[in-house]
Design a protein around this ligand. Structure first.
Ligand code: SF4
Length: 462
């Protein structure tokens, strides 16, 4: 893209972001309407009810088949533009921050692992609440998250003229996924005159997520609010349009982070397990074993139903989860996530050894190699968390969605391997080492393909 067209794109995006208040209000009203109005209509009871003849099913379909996968996919083009310009949650946190109490941010909030843990916790919680099949539970989940986001703004915001997005940078569970995969995105905001070797953090600057602008290197915390973009000036920040996956391919220049890496490895297993647990015989055996264990130790609380803000309790759907269900779902999802993450970590370690001649610490080499699994990891999460979309495709196409999904997996695998191969070429390895490193990359990607296959063909699960 030429300089002139990037400048004109910057101007258009700035104009779009200028009206963010209206977009955010619109999204807030739309989300509230989707979550609240259908609760006054009949809950789905019969097999013949579909999103087109039941208001609650329609809302669930919009939320989990369109909104969630659509937001995740949008990062490939525009990065975290959703967070900065459209998201009502981030907006309300920022509005609250204007009257914030200016409490100093604790170190644990700032720790990069906090966002990843927030995603892990909310993904498991969403399953124990069964938010995909019960709109009432989804409304409870969103209400609690809204309260937390606003509370975060009130606690950590300050009275200065700039709104703060502590929630979006450090705590938002969706922001953590969007942040990691925005590194693959085409749109980037970068300093016209960059400074320094490491990315800085500045809580009182112009950037609402605390990025020290002149040192900005990575996309993950940039919510594309466009406040810093100055197309008319020589200095400041500019929009850059780059090939998809470029930041991962040159990850050594873009502030790689070990906690983020663990997130890339853990999240796919968690997302797939969230989709398949209810149909998995392994889950059934695990639940039975835990049930016997609880009985043999006379832990009868495990066999009691829990509170409805923590686990599904629906008379309309005749579903009442026990503490045992919550514990079993949590353990099953965490085990799946850890097994897949362990395999990817082993792959990254083996790959890092093959890059051995470089003057980098082993942890840096593992980190750089580990990021090369990101495209397949993103697909795994998309298919796991976007399962409602594929379930509705299934009911429309009667099984014809599977070839479509397999093409999608094939395309993502080819893209991942092509990028990985380009990245390996940059490492100047001997032909033998390059072939061995590529084989390691291929093995890791195939693990992710198998996990994805499990979400496409859950009936084959052992
Ligand atoms: S870097 Fe600029 S566009 Fe990105 S979040 Fe900060 S102020 Fe907004």
């Amino acid at each position: 893209m030429t300089y002139a067209s990037e400048k004109s794109l910057s101007l258009r995006l700035r104009q779009f972001a200028h009206y963010s208040l209206y977009w955010q209000l619109l999204m807030l009203v739309a989300l509230a309407a989707l979550l609240v109005i259908p609760l006054f209509f009949q809950a789905p009871k019969y097999i013949w009810q579909t999103p087109w003849n039941n208001a609650q099913l329609f809302s669930e379909w919009v939320l989990w088949a369109l909104w969630y996968p659509g937001t995740l996919l949008s990062v490939l083009l525009v990065g975290r533009l959703w967070c900065g310009v459209l998201c009502p949650l981030g907006a309300m946190s920022e509005w609250a921050s204007h009257i914030g109490m200016r409490v100093r941010l604790p170190q644990w909030v700032k720790h990069p692992a906090t966002t990843a843990l927030s995603f892990v916790w909310v993904t498991i919680w969403a399953q124990t609440l069964d938010v995909r099949d019960d709109l009432h539970s989804a409304a409870i989940l969103f209400a609690i998250i809204f309260v937390l986001a606003i509370g975060c703004g009130l606690l950590f915001g300050s009275h200065n003229s700039q709104g703060r997005r502590v929630w979006c940078r450090h705590l938002c569970p969706i922001g953590s996924v969007l942040g990691v995969f925005s590194r693959l995105g085409k749109l980037n905001v970068m300093a016209k005159q960059p400074h320094g070797d490491t990315e800085g953090y500045r809580i009182d600057g112009l950037c609402p997520t605390g990025i020290e602008l002149r040192t900005k290197q990575s996309s993950r915390h940039c919510i594309k609010c466009m406040r810093c973009v100055t197309p008319q000036k020589r200095g400041g920040m500019a929009i850059e349009v780059r090939p998809i996956g470029d930041e991962i391919q040159h990850i050594e220049q873009h502030a790689p982070c070990f906690s983020e890496l663990w997130f890339i490895w853990l999240a796919p297993g968690l997302a797939v397990a969230g989709f398949v647990w209810s149909s998995s015989p392994i889950y059934v055996s695990l639940r039975q074993w835990l049930g016997h264990f609880a009985l043999s130790h006379q832990w009868y609380t495990w066999l009691q139903p829990g509170p409805n803000w923590l686990m599904e309790q629906s008379s309309a759907l005749n579903q009442h989860y026990l503490w045992l269900d919550m514990i079993s779902i949590g353990i099953f999802m965490l085990l799946c996530a850890l097994i897949l993450a362990g395999l990817l970590a082993l792959g990254a370690m083996a790959g890092a050894r093959l890059l051995g001649h470089r003057h980098l610490l082993m942890s840096q080499r593992i980190s750089e190699f580990g990021y090369q699994f990101a495209p397949m990891a993103m697909l795994c999460i998309l298919l796991g968390l976007g399962s409602t979309l594929f379930a509705s495709l299934k009911s429309e196409l009667g099984g014809g969605e599977r070839p479509l999904l397999l093409v999608l997996v094939g395309a993502a695998l080819a893209f991942n391997l092509l990028h990985g191969q380009r990245w390996l070429r940059q490492q100047n390895l001997s032909p033998l080492r390059a072939i061995a490193a590529f084989s390691v990359l291929l093995s890791g990607c195939l693990c992710l393909v198998l996990a994805t296959g499990w979400s496409i063909f859950p009936a084959l699960s052992i």
